[in-house]
Ligand binder design. Structure first.
Ligand SMILES: Nc1ncnc2c1ncn2[C@@H]1O[C@H](COP(=O)(O)OP(=O)(O)O)[C@@H](O)[C@H]1O
Ligand SMILES: CC(=O)N[C@@H](CCC(=O)OP(=O)(O)O)C(=O)O
Length: 301
């Protein structure tokens, strides 16, 4: 006997509806590159990690070229703590002395990078873990970080040590990996012309790659619903003027600062759309892309 339909489960017609809703998006994005940044805070939950990996593999399977850039701030923090090394942040950026730079590279390019490669491979994809050093992917230079005191209308240059700013992107390696059906997984480490290694904020790295690769989309997955206003409400979209105001009044702080700067830079440099996504929602990437219900904050140019 055929079992009675369970109203909680999508029946055959609604399953088909879901796929048909996705069809125009699939057609629009086939052949394009999407950069997906996976933040260190979003990595803790194995079930979420598995759903993230499935999303990435599904993108590849339908002809989109996903490039994953990962963070690992909390994991670098734990390792530094174990080693008894103090760490501090300025505007969401880790002050990085030589020892911290070594630990950051070890954690990012080593443990975390290979963990994400394994998740994607487990989900049926073929991932290749690299950093900005491989194939001269990202040339960096020391970041000149300027802080602004709105009350005094004063700018100060802060020395953050070995924190890098991406200067140029050579896409050759990623182009080859994409053609070969591989999914690049990139650790946010760069190198300058003299061979000096730099720790790069992962959002900044993702933005530079999105612009360099001419990506159609930049997704930054994090551990909040998106950008929240003063009363904690989600802002579903935001532009440069509002970002400036929210920064000045302190609503946007910490890690959200490099995230928003990255998104604004990306959309001003040819990326069609940049979205800060709630990485705590299973399949956040697919929901954002293939349905009319987004799960985060869209950043406008
Ligand atoms: N206005 C804001 N809206 C949302 N999050 C904010 C805001 N201002 C600061 N944040 C902080 O930014 C954090 C996300 O940045 P970050 O910790 O660097 O995450 P990730 O590791 O995912 O890159 C949030 O957890 C939150 O604490
Ligand atoms: C310069 C700088 O701040 N680098 C970051 C790199 C990792 C990162 O950005 O990780 P999340 O995306 O998880 O925050 C750091 O050392 O924490």
């Amino acid at each position: 006997m055929t079992p009675a339909p369970n109203p909680a489960e999508p029946g055959p017609v609604s399953r088909a509806d879901i796929l048909i809703e996705a069809l125009p998006y699939m057609q629009r994005y086939a052949g394009q590159t999407f950069v997906v940044k996976y933040g260190g805070h979003a990595m803790g939950d194995p079930a979420l990690a598995a759903s993230f990996a499935q999303d990435v593999v599904l993108l590849k399977a339908i002809g989109i070229n996903p490039v994953v850039v990962h963070g690992g701030g909390p994991q670098i923090g734990s390792m530094l703590k174990k080693l008894g090394v103090q760490s501090e942040f300025v505007n969401g950026l880790r002050v990085t002395d030589a020892e911290t730079a070594t630990v950051a590279e070890m954690v990012l390019s080593g443990t975390i990078n290979k963990e994400i490669v394994t998740w994607i491979n487990q989900a049926g994809g073929r991932a290749v873990g690299i950093s900005g050093k491989d194939g001269k992917l990202v040339r960096a230079e020391k970041l000149e970080h300027v802080t602004y005191d709105a009350d005094r209308d004063e700018e100060t240059i802060v020395d953050l040590g070995f924190v890098g700013a991406p200067v140029s992107v050579d896409t050759t390696l990623i182009d080859h990996l994409e053609i070969a059906g591989m999914i690049p997984v990139v650790a946010p480490i760069g190198v300058d012309d003299k061979g000096e290694t730099y720790n790069i904020n992962a959002d900044t790295m993702a933005g530079a790659l999105a612009a360099g690769l001419g990506a159609a989309r930049l997704f930054l997955l994090t551990d909040v619903a998106g950008v929240l206003d003063k009363s904690g409400q989600l802002l579903t979209d935001i532009g440069p003027d509002q970002v400036r105001r929210l920064r000045e009044d302190g609503t946007i702080s910490g890690g959200m600062i490099p995230k928003l700067e990255t998104c604004l830079h990306a959309v001003a440099n040819g990326v069609d759309a940049a979205v800060i996504l709630d990485g705590r929602v299973p399949h956040a990437v697919l929901l954002e892309m293939f349905t009319d219900r987004g799960v985060g904050t869209l950043v406008r140019a």
